[in-house]
Design a protein around this ligand. Structure first.
Ligand code: G3I
Length: 366
């Protein structure tokens, strides 16, 4: 029997999230290397107990897996995939084509001149074929293209766009599908719930579909969402879920974390170039999160998970961006060195009130 207490008090009983949501969607988190290499066994234990799906937080990014033109390094990524397979998890590869964490050499030739379209396509194909083939039949889904849209819904001006043109997205999906026809393929981005970006995403998926390009789903990152009810609003989220689902592809919440600290930058989303300096007033909970804030966080998580459950027929997966608060990237973005509390497990690996609030949503009707 599951025992629950109020949002702020914690029960000692700890049901496994993957069992609690088994009928609704896969649930999991992004893992860093320490979780799978033995350095953070308590985080590994949380993942093993609670997660039915995992995403590579960093190790599969181009700069790590393919640091030099003729050098692929699969050591950390093999550890990650082995961990997922050993625990029977749905494994997500993140990410094949992105404008961040891609070394400069990718876009230039030996003489440091910009590559031609054909040469960059060949390089992209080599990367996708090598990485996806290495994990053929083992990685279940790939974030093929990451964050290709600007906030206005237009395609972002990146080196991929500049050199190859708009069809770099279609080409990436085509290469990935050829390399492993059984893997699910996704487009993944932040702030997709905002109407202009949502519409851009819908156009993008429709365009791929009209060209016969294989795409299985869209990842709504849920990056750095906030406690305020409009960040994001329920209405925007539902509009996004309905709009994408109407295209016949899966919706996934792929990088969820809730920022409880004062806003340090104007912009919503998770654009890595946005940064602010550390100031005392931006880091108010150095000694712990007060109960009233724990309650707010629990309520916000409950609100969002209730909404996911309402749309469980359209949402295939919910992935939190990390395992526990101490190693969340939100401790270092957009301000380095803050103490943030965005996840369901605290710095001592204990479930927070938000954990119990999330579990409780599975007890009520949709
Ligand atoms: O591992 C090095 C360490 O050796 C070094 O001392 C330290 C100094 O800064 O850096 C460490 O690497 C950092 C790495 O995270 C591991 O913590 C990098 O600087 C830092 O840039 C990197 O940030 C990651 C970021 O993507 C950029 O790749 C975050 O962990 C990761 O959570 C974040 O994830 C992205 C998703 O991939 C895409 N969506 C947005 C999301 C948030 O930006």
């Amino acid at each position: 029997m599951l025992v629950f207490t109020s949002a702020v008090g914690c029960s000692t009983d700890q049901p496994a999230l993957k069992d609690v949501f088994a009928k609704d969607f896969l649930i999991g988190g992004a893992l860093n290397d320490d979780v799978v290499n033995g350095k953070d066994p308590k985080a590994a234990a949380i993942a093993e107990k609670h997660f039915s799906t995992i995403t590579a937080e960093n190790v599969m990014k181009w700069m790590h897996i393919h640091p030099e033109p003729n050098k692929y390094d699969f050591a950390a990524t093999d550890r990650f995939v082995d961990f997922g397979q050993k625990n029977n998890m749905f494994i997500v590869g993140h990410t094949l084509v992105w404008h961040w964490q891609t070394p400069k050499w990718v876009f230039v030739d030996d003489a440091n001149n910009p590559l031609t379209r054909e040469a960059l396509l060949a390089r992209m194909k080599d990367h996708i074929f090598t990485v996806v083939s290495h994990y053929k039949g083992r990685v279940n889904g790939w974030d093929v293209v990451n964050e290709a849209l600007d906030d206005n819904g237009q395609l972002r001006k990146t080196k991929w766009m500049e050199i190859i043109g708009e069809d770099f997205i279609a080409k990436a999906f085509k290469f990935a599908h050829e390399a492993d026809p059984s893997a699910e393929l996704y487009y993944n981005d932040f702030s997709l719930e905002n109407p202009a970006k949502r519409d851009g995403c819908v156009r993008l998926v429709k365009d791929l579909q009209s060209k016969g390009v294989h795409i299985d789903g869209v990842g709504l990152q849920g990056q750095a969402w906030r406690l305020e009810p409009d960040a994001p609003s329920r209405e925007n989220l539902e509009d996004f879920i309905n709009a994408v689902s109407a295209l016949g592809v899966k919706v996934m919440v792929t990088e969820m974390c809730i920022d409880v600290l004062p806003k340090a930058i104007y912009q919503p989303g998770a654009d890595l170039k946005q940064r602010a300096e550390l100031r005392e007033e931006l880091n108010p909970y150095l000694d712990g999160l007060p109960d009233r804030m724990q309650k707010k966080l629990a309520d916000r998580y409950a609100e969002l998970f209730s909404l996911y459950r309402k749309h469980a027929d359209k949402i295939s997966r919910v992935t939190l961006w990390g395992v526990y608060d101490k190693t969340s990237w939100l401790n270092n973005w957009p301000v380095r060195g803050r103490t943030n509390y965005p996840l369901l497990f605290d710095r001592n690996y204990q479930p927070k009130p938000a954990f119990y609030a999330v579990v409780k949503t599975a007890q009520s009707g949709k």
